[in-house]
Write a protein of this length. Structure first.
Length: 278
């Protein structure tokens, strides 16, 4: 599933592409992608003829602000892609929603596994519609806190560090890939307890959270071997080339040259270095 760097990459591209443009028509070919609406008309009627103001992000959700006062919410799920296409381009068999504008290319929502979704709501109804968003934690890119506040967060929980980083009610947007990368950069094991870190370790972890996510965004996010994440132009991200531990088991750690190890943690595969993460 795309994490904060991938969703933020798409948000920035989408904001540049559709900000200020007027929606001409919306075509839905799979109702599962708009499953919060009872029918297609309920979805399309709130979009057609409306102008897009800008695109924001809340955690892993894209929030498209419309001049009608409504918002279009997009969640990519496991395999969802937002792609820019000319009207004449061939249509993918997994294309479920097409948004056409009065001028410029279309935006198409392609989702082979159909775990992603699009729906229209109001800002006031958003948190009630998506419970996760009502309890979203700090955003380390849009609204970073000080390392002191971050330290208080750590010490107010008794959680293993990987659990802490991936808890969306504490920090929004971090998943399996970036939790491993963040902990490697901080030199900390995934199973250390959050309220047992020294001041120096807190500073290292805080700096690693912010720097790792910004660096990943700079490289357009991570595209894994399944090639499911691509940007608006259909191009893969580049940050996977800079992964230090994720999916590098049995390879040499670039910091200490020990062998990168993988382990099962809460039914997920975790990658780390036994020697330099302590």
């Amino acid at each position: 599933m795309p994490e904060l760097p991938e969703v933020e990459t798409i948000r920035r591209e989408l904001d540049r592409e559709v900000g200020g443009r007027k929606i001409k028509a919306v075509e839905v070919t799979n109702n599962r992608s708009i499953r919060r609406h009872t029918n297609k008309k309920q979805f399309t009627s709130r979009l057609e003829g409306v102008k897009i103001k800008n695109v924001q992000r809340k955690g892993k959700y894209l929030i498209v602000n419309l001049d009608s006062g409504d918002i279009l919410v997009i969640h990519l799920g496991m395999s969802g892609q937002l792609l820019r296409h000319a009207t004449k381009d061939p249509v993918d068999k997994h294309n479920h929603v097409t948004i056409s504008f009065t001028q410029g290319p279309q935006i198409r929502f392609v989702d082979p596994r159909t775990f992603g979704e699009m729906f229209v709501t109001t800002p006031d109804e958003l948190n009630a519609t998506v419970e996760e968003l009502a309890h979203l934690g700090m955003d380390p890119v849009d609204q970073p806190v000080s390392w002191v506040v971050f330290g208080r967060l750590l010490h107010s929980h008794q959680l293993k560090l990987k659990t802490f980083l991936m808890d969306q009610s504490i920090i929004a947007g971090i998943g399996n890939i970036y939790s491993d990368e963040i902990l490697w950069h901080a030199g900390l094991r995934y199973d250390r307890i959050s309220n047992d870190l020294s001041s120096q370790e807190i500073r290292r972890l805080y700096r690693s959270v912010v720097e790792t996510l910004h660096e990943a965004i700079k490289h357009g996010g991570s595209t894994l071997s399944d090639q499911q994440y691509v940007n608006l132009s259909g191009k893969a991200g580049g940050y996977q080339q800079f992964h230090e531990v994720y999916d590098r088991d049995k390879l040499a750690c670039r910091r200490c040259r020990a062998v990168v190890t993988k382990a099962k943690f809460q039914s997920r595969t975790t990658f780390y270095c036994e020697e330099c993460q302590i």
